[in-house]
Design a binder for this molecule. Structure first.
Ligand code: ACM
Ligand code: ZN
Length: 693
């Protein structure tokens, strides 16, 4: 499937002023896999004769509508014209010679622009639709189209976005707006996270309290709700916040998606993340108590009756082959205490709570398989043994996905480090409050779900890639759009364009243009032109005289935590300053009651003029500044004198902050002891480098 075209490279180089003047603006995103541009033009500003060959039924309606968005003057004709035409035709695969260079051409298209007209050929209506999206990217740019030849098909069959409408409800109209952009980017899966503790969002006639009660809450924001009582309220209660998709709205969404060649994959979470289900139907929790239970009781038949009944209604609305059944982050702590769950385990010979969860997932899989559907679930469904036909969505990393693929299961990759676009996309201090971290466009774009060297027996099972946009901290639609775009564009290109066709600098130029056009259309994408970028200190290694010097950690019991060890004992003098996120392998995290207490051995008595280290604070995940830093020096390592005492009042705030704690002066010393004290807030201290000059 890897196709490399020299001319395309020339084109890319041309962008940077290195190549000959190839006039065609490189304006198609995702980058086409084969493109060859000529030297002539076709004037598409005149009236063109539009023909459809081999297209019927609803597809004809969808494709006609898609041609209306090209910004061209078109008149439909019965027969193809000899000149000034836009001809769309379904052709047999054999008629597209280059198609054999792709693993699948189901979604592929051929786009030929000659001085006489434009021809789009494909083997499916979806292929024609994507050809039209490419033409639209060109024709909205200029009506003077450079002659050229594009033969294009996606690298991966699954190119998706997860939209979370549980934490804060989003309307049908909002989802349609996002599908418009997805379709232009040739994305074909919309994973709707419909259910979670914060609210149930889809009408289910057989269990009406899911929407008359579990879909409504107070207060509005997830943050206040989650850190408060986490209560739900009856629909219609004054101040009730929430909402849900009626069946009719969901069907309209499905129809809209179909018109855009997008499949909506509904997610019904089980057995975890089900607090709202248990709030509405307490008998489905192990303890029958409506509060503080996230896991459905797997011992009770009522749970299966309910889930199956819900799924009956779901598959009646959503034609998707895949139904997402969640499976992530079950607490699994009520099951061992529950008589029903224990009986189930004994009867079924299940030896662990993981196996109990797998019992449920497998049973639900059998139920859905019997109805012609397949399950997809988060990578935790591997833990107690994977259901025989399940597809895995790998989120905690890539390991789950790779293990599933190696075992012959299909996989969608959405690893947290690259695909969780709920992290801020620019310097966190410049962004609204979020879940934390730092995931700029470039990092998303750097992801490759099946990198060079991956065994084909594994990569063959990788269906594709998905961006996940969880909405805990995203209250408004505008904010949601800002988080989604342009990072989901990077996912679109990763999913479509072969690795050899991808170059970030080129993609970024195109993304800036798409963002500009989205802004003109009233969308609220993050404006890349204003991007601040990574933490300046992290861009280049820092030079200082303690570089590579040995560091002794004085309080082993308050040692840096294993998850945030960074480069271990070398971290604080390795010259690498941290980025905006503590999870970058540069910041070292100290957990426990003590703090940071280390001694740097300079090797010999050295003249020293400054000593400083940076700390960060992100209150959400419990990362705080120290309340006091003390710095001591010694010539012999026995007797120390204190040279600095820096107090700091730790204040809880919403945005991440960074602060240097240091000393300046003039001293002679071999040993430097740097001691940072934890404040009254329990959590991490994170430090990246002790810079000595
Ligand atoms: C997940 O992020 N819990 C799938
Ligand atoms: Zn139970």
């Amino acid at each position: 499937m890897r196709i490399y075209h020299l001319l395309s490279l020339t084109l890319v180089l041309g962008l940077f002023g290195l190549g000959e003047c190839l006039a065609q603006p490189n304006s198609i995103t995702p980058a086409p896999n084969i493109e060859v541009w000529g030297q002539e033009y076709f004037d598409a500003s005149q009236r063109l004769s539009l023909t459809f060959t081999g297209v019927e039924g609803d597809d004809l309606i969808y494709l006609r509508r898609a041609t209306e968005e090209l910004g061209l003057s078109l008149k439909e004709a019965k027969r193809p014209a000899k000149s000034n035409y836009l001809a769309l035709s379904i052709v047999p695969l054999e008629d597209i010679a280059e198609a054999s260079t792709f693993e699948s051409f189901n979604e592929g298209y051929l786009l030929d622009i000659t001085p006489r007209g434009i021809a789009i050929k494909a083997t499916t209506p979806q292929g024609l639709y994507y050809g039209l999206q490419s033409l639209k990217a060109l024709s909205l740019n200029s009506k003077q189209l450079t002659t050229g030849h594009i033969c294009d098909a996606p690298r991966f069959e699954y190119r998706g976005i997860l939209i979370d409408i549980s934490r804060h409800f989003r309307t049908k109209e909002f989802l349609m707006r996002q599908m418009d952009i997805m379709a232009e980017l040739k994305m074909n899966r919309l994973h709707l996270h419909l259910t979670d503790a914060a609210g149930w969002r889809i009408e289910v006639e057989s269990y009406p309290r899911l929407t008359s009660f579990a879909a409504w809450r107070m207060p509005d924001t997830w943050k206040e709700w989650w850190y408060g009582e986490r209560g739900h309220v009856e629909m219609g209660t004054p101040g009730a916040y929430g909402g849900y998709l009626t069946k009719e709205e969901a069907r309209e969404l499905v129809a809209y998606a179909e018109e855009h060649y997008i499949t909506i994959i509904p997610e019904i979470e089980m057995p975890g993340h089900s607090d709202e289900v248990i709030v509405a139907y307490p008998e489905l929790g192990c303890s029958h108590k409506p509060k503080n239970q996230g896991d459905l009781c797997i011992g009770k038949e009522a749970t299966f009756e309910m889930m199956q009944s819900i799924l009956d209604e779901i598959i009646e609305i959503f034609p998707s082959e895949y139904i997402h059944i969640g499976g992530d982050e079950a607490g699994k702590n009520t099951w061992p205490e529950c008589e029903d769950c224990r009986r189930r385990m004994a009867e079924e010979g299940l030896e662990s709570v993981d196996e109990l969860q797998s019992y449920m997932i497998e049973r639900i899989e059998r139920y859905l398989n019997a109805r012609g559907r397949q399950i997809i679930g988060w990578d935790e469904i591997l833990e107690g043994g994977l259901a025989p036909n399940a597809t895995v969505m790998s989120w905690r990393g890539e390991e789950g996905g790779l293990a599933a693929a190696a075992a012959g299961h299909k996989v969608v990759m959405s690893p947290h480090a690259y695909c969780y676009i709920d992290a801020p996309q620019d310097a966190p201090y410049s962004q609204p409050e979020s879940i934390g971290g730092y995931l700029p466009l470039e990092k998303v774009y750097s992801y490759d779900p099946a990198p060079e060297g991956m065994d084909k027996s594994v990569s063959d099972y990788i269906l594709g890639v998905q961006a996940n946009l969880w909405a805990e901290f995203i209250v408004t639609d505008d904010h949601y759009e800002t988080m989604l775009w342009p990072r989901a564009m990077a996912i679109a290109e990763i999913g479509w364009s072969n690795a050899e066709r991808r170059l970030f600098a080129d993609f970024r130029l195109r993304a800036v243009k798409i963002v500009d056009r989205m802004l003109e259309r009233g969308y609220k994408p993050f404006d890349l032109k204003n991007e601040i970028g990574n933490r300046p200190e992290s861009l280049e290694p820092v030079e200082h005289i303690a570089l590579g010097k040995s560091v002794t950690y004085l309080y082993p019991s308050f040692y840096y935590g294993p998850k945030y060890a960074a480069a271990g004992d070398a971290t604080l003098t390795d010259g690498l300053r941290g980025t905006w996120t503590y999870a970058d392998g540069r910041w070292q995290g100290f957990l426990g009651r003590g703090g940071v207490d280390v001694v740097i051995d300079m090797g010999e008595v050295t003249h020293i003029e400054s000593i400083a280290a940076d700390f960060m604070q992100i209150c959400g995940p419990g990362v705080f500044m120290p309340c006091l830093v003390e710095i001591f020096i010694s010539e012999d390592g026995q007797e120390y004198s204190k040279i600095a005492d820096i107090e700091h009042e730790v204040v809880i705030d919403e945005l991440p902050s960074f602060k240097s704690f240091g000393w300046q002066g003039s001293a002679e010393a071999r040993y430097i002891r740097y001691k940072a004290h934890r404040s009254k807030y329990t959590g991490f201290l994170f430090v990246d480098e002790i810079v000595v000059r």
